[in-house]
Write a protein that binds this ligand. Structure first.
Ligand code: PRX
Length: 661
């Protein structure tokens, strides 16, 4: 374990607050304590039972085929349609008038409620339109959209026709979009002219135009671009490629028969950062993923028919996939979908929405909670939040103070907080309290949920005793597990399964600790992946972006502790000789460059121009030392440095820049 994690570990040992589940919740809980035992006794039987939550066109004949690890096949022989499960079957069951989505646009008053029957029509129309545009089962469709209903509709339409989607977060740059279009060979892109963010219309279509050109430069042709008119801003138009949504979709037939696909048919590819510069296309398939998303959403949020659910994630991340689209809709939920930022037009916007729609289940990220804590409790206190009954947290460790504030100020001390640990790769929640069973501890994700087997192990893969830290692993396959990295089975094996190959464990990349009771505390990444506002970024990816700037010779990036965003990007840069001191604006120039190459979320908080980087004798950059500098700590042990005077050079010669945006 690194020094950083040891320090966190020591702090966490002091936590002794406990919150028992409310009695009425326990009494009516969807999942009770016996589920842990039942699942442990017969794991596959347990997952076979959970699969009955779905409607199968063809029943499966085998729960799990694990004869060729790490390539799993779940629900062998089963056939189903994911969109049918998320939409049509609820209509067929007489629930067509139930609201599926309360859409709230960022401009105040721009709202629309969509019932399951209406959603069925919209998804059918989009499925027909995509088919007319030449998309067939197996073709990939990229989605680059704001948080508007058409984004959800497009994902479901793709699922309906068996065309795996890849949703690219709207905050990513055209370069990032182009590399993803090329990697998964997307045939069609669905986008919009733009969306509303922070009170004004931002644009998306120009980035798609650029990305299409860049992808062409990489040898890949995007055939069509389907464009929703959201803001009405002017867009460049190419008649041979661009198609308006209101022409193609709104005119299409509302009748469409969903085809059943094999349980292992690819459902989507979600790109995520790894330890190298190239993002990984995480592949999820249909049956197992949908079982995992549906079961966990029902169990962890104790979902009841009259709940109003709201997950604030963006559909460009896995949380939006599993806990806005697939899990909740498979469960026939009524949910809020909000387009904009928490502070637009003013800071109480989220709480207004909760009050207005009577939200009962709320799922957000620690970074948002911390920013509300900073703004003060008067803002939420001025709203009626008494409808809330369960609060969820995801994306990064939630510090105990933020947990307690969330429970106390937002939840009025009534609501359990479920700190849910999972990853793009796991597809669904793996470790979390159960709201009707677990006595919560602030800061702890507690235990693997029934059906999931997790452990904290040492270098050799032995389970560590209570009170110790180690590597977080999943010891048994699970239905919503990633199946591979798109187009790169070898990288899939190496990244996740080689570390504890003999034991067959999946290594998550996180460090964790078991406390004296054996409950789990996730400490964060042990590899070169950062977590900024709950978003994963790879140090190498940002380093590559920096080095692509003509003035940069070498770059090292670390994630430094940040009060607001959890971690922040700090870059150490050596300039090329011919660039001299880089000029007055060098820091701003480099920050802008990273923004353009990757997107605003990757913009370094600090860029430090340095004469040297600390390296071991084998040439490996010692990020631990750079983290010390970035976090203003005394620099640690430098004995393994090839040149131990380097750290003095860095500390004394620093010209650092801190940006505003
Ligand atoms: O480090 C863990 C952290 O986020 C990583 C997964 O990021 P991503 O694939 O982008 O998925 C985010 C949404 C699931 C993990 O490896 N992480 C996620 N949830 C938690 C967490 N760390 C601590 N506690 C959590 N609840």
């Amino acid at each position: 374990m690194s020094e950083k994690n040891d320090e966190t570990l020591a702090n966490l040992l002091k936590e002794d607050r406990r919150f028992e589940p409310p009695a009425d919740l326990t009494e009516h809980a969807n999942l009770t304590a016996d589920a842990y035992d039942a699942a442990a006794k017969d794991r596959e039987g347990f997952w076979a039972e959970q699969a009955q939550r779905l409607t199968w066109a063809e029943p499966f004949t085998q729960v799990l085929d694990w004869t060729d690890p790490p390539f799993a096949k779940w629900y062998v022989g089963g056939r189903l349609n994911a969109a049918y499960n998320c939409v049509d079957r609820h209509v067929e069951a007489g629930r067509g008038d139930k609201v599926a989505i309360h859409f709230v646009g960022e401009p105040v008053g721009d709202t629309r409620s969509i019932t399951y029957a209406e959603l069925q029509d919209l998804v059918s129309q989009a499925a027909n339109a995509l088919t007319d545009m030449g998309v067939a089962a197996g073709d990939r469709v990229a989605i680059y959209m704001p948080m508007i209903p058409q984004a959800v509709v497009t994902m479901l339409a793709c699922a309906r026709i068996g065309a795996p989607h890849t949703v690219v977060f709207g905050g990513f740059s055209s370069d990032a979009l182009a590399s993803r279009l090329e990697d998964c060979q997307a045939k069609v892109v669905v986008t919009s002219d733009g969306g509303y963010r922070r009170g004004s219309a931002s644009s998306l279509k120009p980035a798609v135009d650029e990305a299409r050109e860049k992808a062409a430069g990489l040898g890949h042709t995007v055939e069509k671009v389907l464009v929703v008119r959201r803001t009405g801003q002017d867009v460049a138009w190419d008649d041979s490629v661009d198609v308006w949504w209101h022409d193609a979709v709104e005119g299409a037939s509302t009748s469409h028969t969903p085809e059943a696909f094999d349980a292992e048919h690819p459902l989507y590819v979600m790109y995520t950062s790894g330890t190298t510069g190239k993002p990984k296309g995480i592949l999820h398939t249909t049956g197992g993923y949908l079982v995992g998303a549906s079961y966990t959403h029902w169990a962890v949020f104790d979902l009841k028919d009259d709940d109003v659910y709201w997950c604030t994630a963006d559909i460009g991340w896995v949380t939006g996939h599993s806990y806005i689209v697939y899990g909740p809709l498979a469960n026939g939920v009524t949910q809020v979908l909000y387009e904009g930022t928490p502070d637009s037009p003013e800071r109480g916007r989220w709480w207004d929405i909760i009050e207005q729609y009577g939200v009962t289940l709320f799922y957000t990220a620690p970074t948002a909670i911390r920013s509300f804590m900073k703004q003060g409790r008067e803002i939420p206190d001025a709203r009626d939040l008494s409808s809330l009954r369960i609060l969820g947290s995801v994306g990064e460790p939630i510090n105990p103070e933020a947990y307690v504030w969330y429970r106390h100020v937002i939840g009025g001390d009534r609501t359990p907080v479920v700190d849910t640990w999972w990853q793009t790769e796991t597809g669904a929640i793996m470790i979390s309290p159960l709201p009707g069973v677990t006595a919560g501890k602030p800061g702890s994700a507690m235990n693997p949920i029934p059906g999931v087997s997790a452990e904290v192990v040492d270098e050799e893969g032995n389970a560590v005793p209570n009170g110790s830290g180690g590597y977080l692993v999943l010891t048994e396959p699970w239905p919503s597990m990633l199946r591979t990295i798109w187009g790169d089975d070898q990288r899939f094996k190496e990244t996740y399964w080689s570390r504890f190959e003999k034991l067959g464990f999946y290594f998550a990349g996180d460090g964790a600790k078991k406390d004296a009771d054996g409950d789990l505390w996730v400490l964060g990444r042990v590899d070169d992946v950062m977590n900024v506002s709950g978003h994963r970024l790879s140090t190498t990816e940002i380093e590559s972006a920096l080095v692509s700037h003509p003035k940069v010779a070498e770059a090292a990036v670390v994630g430094a502790k940040d009060e607001d965003t959890g971690q922040a990007v700090c870059a150490f840069v050596i300039l090329r000789d011919e660039a001299g001191d880089g000029g007055d604006d060098i820091v701003a120039e480099l920050r802008k460059h990273v923004r353009k190459e990757i997107g605003p979320i990757a913009t370094p908080r600090q860029v430090m121009i340095v004469p040297e980087l600390p390296k071991t004798r084998s040439g490996k950059i010692m990020r631990r030392l750079l983290r010390d500098v970035a976090e203003n700590r005394e620099v640690g042990d430098v004995t393994t440095l090839a040149d131990s005077s380097v750290m003095d050079l860095i500390s004394s010669g620093l010209t650092s820049g801190k940006g505003e945006d």
